[in-house]
Design a protein around this ligand. Structure first.
Ligand code: 13P
Ligand code: SF4
Length: 332
């Protein structure tokens, strides 16, 4: 069996994952598709998942798109290929459905930076706080929030927040500072970050820009300000697809997690995507997103587990701020 963590040798920044051998992919995907039919399941995958998972999914997208898909699915079983907080969001929106994920240990550095009791203690210091919470957090933290946002709708959500409240933005300080720049709205920022996106530096990005002076740079808002300042476009992973489809340049530099390259290459086969280098090699892969493999997708469907289970009380309290986000997002 192939080790999917194996990386093809080559120049550091152009390292790509070896695709699974076609025969193995065909055998696994046949079994998965047959089980999907039997279970009346839907497979949702984030843009950072390994290519093989993206290729068998019913829907591939960003956190917002995945939450929207989860909110409207008629499937009995949701197979969520992403990280744990994303699968939890699907469960909160579908308390009566079975939600399984390939690896229950697929966490997120942002989620772990913000434990519920610590957030509660900060909220208690100011009764006028209105808590805008990035979706990358636990269900417990969602339950303490006024509204949820994703990188795709954070500006819209903050613009819609009550003007007479003091905004508390958790847990990503980089996304939060970008949203402050975009909206002009001051916010108290939680000091969390994505351990992958903070690997890009002003120096590493300047180097690649000098090497490809005509290639625009697209960066995720989880990148630090020194990197965002060098970008032509700062946006969520789904908006990257739209930007790249419309871009005139045949080459585009991408500063986000490496799985995005698979999606972009599929959507824009005539363009070359250059993964922005970090100062160390292989740092642009999220170890949590990459815990999921096609074998584990099949296993979790066969076993109907690991499952996401949440208390009815947490589901009830966490659902409101997610529904508020979906409602604001749907506004013209
Ligand atoms: P998107 O919502 O832009 O897909 O981002 C999710 C994420 O985890 C970024 O690191
Ligand atoms: Fe969390 Fe960063 Fe991984 Fe996204 S890339 S899931 S923010 S650790």
């Amino acid at each position: 069996m192939i080790d999917v963590t194996e990386i093809q040798p080559g120049v550091d920044r152009f390292q790509v994952r070896k695709p699974m051998p076609p025969a193995q992919f065909d055998a696994l995907s046949r079994e998965i598709l047959a089980l999907k039919k039997k279970l009346n399941a839907v497979i949702l995958a984030h843009n950072y998942q390994v290519g093989e998972i993206q290729d068998i999914a019913d829907y591939v997208g960003d956190s917002l798109g995945l939450a929207q898909q989860a909110a409207k699915t008629s499937a009995d079983v949701i197979v969520f290929c992403g990280v744990h907080f994303m699968a939890e969001t699907a469960k909160i929106l579908n308390p009566n459905k079975i939600v399984v994920l390939p690896d229950k240990d697929a966490g997120c550095s942002l989620e772990s930076s913000c434990p519920g009791p610590k957030l509660k203690a900060l909220q208690d210091t100011n009764p006028n706080f209105y808590t805008v919470t990035y979706i990358n957090c636990s269900a417990e933290v969602k339950a303490l929030s006024d509204v949820i946002c994703t990188s795709g709708n954070a500006v819209k959500i903050v613009n819609a927040a009550p003007k007479d409240r003091d905004l508390l933005f958790v847990p990503d300080e980089n996304l939060g500072s970008w949203v402050m720049e975009q909206t002009g709205r001051p916010m108290t920022l939680w000091k969390g970050n994505c351990y992958v996106h903070v690997e890009w530096t002003h120096a590493s990005i300047s180097r690649i820009r000098r090497e490809f002076p005509n290639a625009p740079l697209v960066a995720h808002p989880e990148c630090p300000k020194a990197v965002r300042m060098l970008a032509d476009e700062v946006c969520s992973t789904e908006k990257m697809v739209t930007y790249c489809k419309q871009a005139k340049s045949p080459q585009i530099i991408i500063a986000t997690e490496a799985g995005m390259l698979h999606r972009l290459q599929k959507e824009c086969p005539d363009k070359q995507f250059i993964p922005a280098p970090t100062d160390n090699c292989r740092c642009n892969e999220c170890r949590f997103m990459k815990m999921n493999t096609l074998e584990k997708v099949l296993d979790c469907m066969e076993n109907l587990g690991p499952r996401v289970e949440l208390s009815p009380e947490i589901i009830q309290r966490a659902r409101l701020p997610i529904e508020r986000m979906l409602e604001i997002s749907a506004r013209p």
